[in-house]
Write a protein that binds this ligand. Structure first.
Ligand SMILES: NC(=O)c1ccc[n+]([C@@H]2O[C@H](COP(=O)([O-])OP(=O)(O)OC[C@H]3O[C@@H](n4cnc5c(N)ncnc54)[C@H](O)[C@@H]3O)[C@@H](O)[C@H]2O)c1
Length: 436
């Protein structure tokens, strides 16, 4: 007896007979593809970047967060740039970028471009899942009509879900498999198929009643972070004026066993998510006549952090009879977050830009970023310098922008004339260390 499309797909996922295609093999897509492959699925990785596909075919990784050995060992995994192969897949999981335009509005061009490229290859009996972070309504307003334009009824012929991704690069405690995953369907049948797809590889899948709830859930998570980081950055500036160590305050507050979540201040927001995603909601909320004031305010405070840090560097140099202009500043850690190589939206780049404009002479050291990458808004012809007594002594100021574990903090404090610490790495006051 032939099974209906819902039961047939669920059965394929249960038996691991399905071919899962992951479209967009970046920080989100590549670990997800590996997770499916390691669970025994055949996996097709689709990306427009031929260089990435070549590396994967050679069994190599281009991300620090995915070990090359995983790629080499993933037998059922194939990488391709050929969209025509999407027709072979039972599941199509879209993990492409969702940045902001220059006008700070949602740029859905990657999501829509991907969907349009998949359309000619869609067929009955497939599930499409969008993982890219976006505003509520994207799945229903942008993807569903495109699928239906192919004459496929969503919920009957093929299935559509939104399931936001929750990677935490560099966090060794959790993996794609153990981080609970939210999933919302376009229809109840879509949700049923989505739960079977993700349930096959992820320990806990959390169903929600619609794709819009799933989209909004991801935004709430990231807005919660952005707003609380904004708050703690404001508290940092107040504490600084009062001569209080904000990090000591946070450590003390965090001993409260309920009702307090510790967030740490820093040199500004970084990464592909927290500085960007909240503005997806801001844009959509305007269509409903609502202003997202917390988001705007937190954005304002967080975006002002690089300037504030530069102000602290200028003051500290001034106190030592030096001007920013002509001073040698060694920036430690330029990735946006500790122990990873991701430079996207890194506040270190912004700080370096401001310092360079004021005439400082820059060098940087970051074991995770050997060469300063080409960024959309920042260009520096710099390579990471080795961190040692000589490079520390040569600097008028050493700025800890990102506190990678690989740095020797005792040696930094010992040899540097001045350390400006944006991460609260030094707990005890030292005469040559300034918190910023
Ligand atoms: N990085 C994270 O920690 C994180 C966490 C949660 C959510 N997200 C969200 O996940 C999505 C993807 O983020 P990412 O960090 O993996 O991005 P990324 O830039 O690392 O990867 C995106 C990949 O998509 C590829 N690509 C672009 N256009 C394509 C197309 N038309 N067809 C096929 N491939 C295409 C790119 O070549 C790249 O390899 C974003 O919406 C982001 O907001 C990311």
């Amino acid at each position: 007896m032939e099974l209906d499309p819902v039961s047939s797909l669920i059965e394929k996922f249960r038996r691991r007979e399905a071919l899962v295609a992951v479209v967009g093999l970046g920080y989100v897509g590549l670990p997800l593809a590996m997770t499916f492959a390691e669970a025994g699925f055949r996996v097709l990785g689709l990306d427009v970047d031929a260089a990435k596909v070549e590396r994967l075919r050679a069994g190599q990784s281009y991300l620090e967060t995915v070990a090359g050995a995983r790629i080499a060992k993933a037998n059922g995994f194939q990488a391709t740039t050929d969209y025509a192969r999407a027709g072979e897949a039972d599941a199509l999981i879209i993990c492409v970028p969702t940045p902001l335009t220059r006008a700070r509005e949602p740029d859905l061009s990657y999501v829509i471009g991907t969907m349009d490229a998949l359309l000619p290859h869609l067929r009955k009996g497939q599930i499409v899942s969008l993982e890219s972070t976006t505003y509520p309504g994207t799945t229903e307003e942008e993807l569903r009509p495109r699928i239906e334009s192919r004459g496929l009824a969503v919920g009957r012929d093929c299935f559509l879900v939104f399931s936001p991704e929750r990677e935490d690069p560099g966090n060794a405690r959790y993996s794609t498999r153990t981080i609970p995953k939210v999933c919302g369907g376009s229809t109840p049948a879509c949700l049923e198929v989505g739960l079977a797809l993700y349930g096959a590889v992820i320990e806990t899948v959390v169903p929600v009643s619609s794709t819009r709830v799933a989209e909004m859930t991801k935004l709430l998570e990231n807005i919660h972070r952005a707003v609380n980081i904004g708050l703690v950055n404001e508290m940092k500036m107040v504490a600084d004026r009062m001569g209080i160590d904000i990090h000591e305050v946070i450590r003390a507050a965090a001993t409260k066993p309920f009702g307090f979540v510790a967030y740490t201040p820093g040199p500004g927001l970084g990464g592909h998510c927290i500085p960007i995603d909240p503005f997806y909601l801001t844009w959509k909320a305007r269509q409903y006549g609502v202003n997202t004031r917390f988001i705007e305010l937190a954005g304002e405070i967080n975006r002002a952090m690089p300037e504030w840090v530069v102000g602290k560097i200028g003051d500290a140099l001034n106190a030592r009879g030096k001007a920013l202009k002509g001073s040698r500043v060694l920036v430690l850690g330029i990735a946006y977050k500790k122990n990873i190589d991701d430079m996207r939206e890194s506040p270190a780049a912004e700080i370096m830009e401001i310092l360079a404009a004021k005439g400082a002479q820059l060098a940087y050291s970051d074991p995770h970023v050997p060469v300063f990458p080409r960024m959309r808004e920042h260009r520096f012809a710099l390579q990471s310098v080795p961190l040692g007594e000589a490079s520390l002594r040569a600097a008028d100021c050493v700025l800890i922008a990102t506190d990678h574990d690989a740095f020797d903090y005792a040696a930094i404090a010992k040899h540097a004339a001045l350390v400006v610490d944006t991460r609260g790495r030094y707990r005890e006051p030292l005469p040559n260390v300034v918190q910023a």
